[in-house]
Design a protein around this ligand. Sequence first.
Ligand SMILES: Nc1ncnc2c1ncn2[C@@H]1O[C@H](COP(=O)(O)OP(=O)(O)OP(=O)(O)O)[C@@H](O)[C@H]1O
Length: 384
Amino acid sequence: MVEKMPILEFSKVALSFGDTEVLKEIDLVLESGKFYTLLGPSGSGKSTILKLISGQLQADAGKIFFEGQVINDVPAEKRRVNTVFQNYSLFPNMNVFDNVAFGPRLKKMSEKDIQDKVKEMLGLVKLSGFERREISELSGGQQQRVAIARALANDPEVLLLDEPLSALDYKLRKELQQELRNIQKRLGITFVFVTHDQEEALAMSDWIFVMHDGLIQQNGTPEDIYDEPINHFVADFIGETNIVPGIMKHDYLVHFVGKDFENVDAGMRPNERVEVVLRPEDLDLTDPANGKLVVTIQDQLFRGDYYEITAVDDDMNTWQVQATNPATVGARVGLTFDPEDIHIMRYNESEAAFDARLESYEDEEAEAALQAAKDDQSQSGGQG
Ligand SMILES: Nc1ncnc2c1ncn2[C@@H]1O[C@H](COP(=O)(O)OP(=O)(O)OP(=O)(O)O)[C@@H](O)[C@H]1O
């Protein structure tokens, strides 16, 4: 079987502005016809990646390939890529038709083909009949639809979308999320969508790249990223989560919150420091005697289909729980979970901070395990 060539590829791409390394060493492989999302906090380098793809910026190091050809030196106007921006960037002195017809006219398409193209694109973004409207007569959502139609009228192979929905209100945003996804599936071109909103990324993407600190922290399907976060940053950034320190007692046995739990998928070494992730929806409230730990309810918010409960354990660690029934603020309750829902991550930050957190549980077993980890480490020459 012949492997399909990626439409876009970054190989060890780096870029700095002055002393700031905005992209450290980026490797990306994008296949044709998929909906990709670059997700990360403000300043993590998402827009910079789009500008490297569109040719607005040049990489300091590394190679960018488009259908197997290096394009580092190909000028922006020769790349089959268009961008939709957050602020629409329409031509305010042109009506809807002329905005969408702009690219086709530059390409010197026949007037008949231009008419057909504009009609098709406005149909796609549900603005048929708006041809003669001025831009100032459109709502924000309609302006963004025009911007999408204008970009697509150029027949790009890759459409770049830089936070295109951020300026819209919640309901409109949800509506356009669904529509953008439908448009991408219908046209079958590659979308690279930038957002800092994890919910949006999970809902829309075939594949997500989570960015932080100029690096891709993790990439995978929305399910991979949500269920199997690779590190503290990703676990914390993607959705509400509880992250607690733990230590491996065997490769299949993790010790945390003062107890041992079997977790056969962990793939960690005995005595390794780990972080344990438990999503709020995987926790249940029960009576204290049946709980894996006991907590005090601190706060609760009604979220429509569930209650968002904040609780603290006796070591003052906070727990987020999603419950179907309301709880009583101030009540002491048990927290329980299915060991299968435990997700374990390798810990790679400061050991001192970790040890202090683990010891906050004042748990002799944990301290003994930690001592074993420290002994292990000194024997193996500080690796670990
Ligand atoms: N032309 C420039 N000159 C200097 N620094 C820049 C320039 N463009 C971007 N930066 C810096 O590079 C970093 C990454 O910017 P980038 O716009 O790629 O981030 P982002 O993840 O898209 O964030 P946002 O969501 O805020 O746009 C930021 O710290 C930004 O201040």
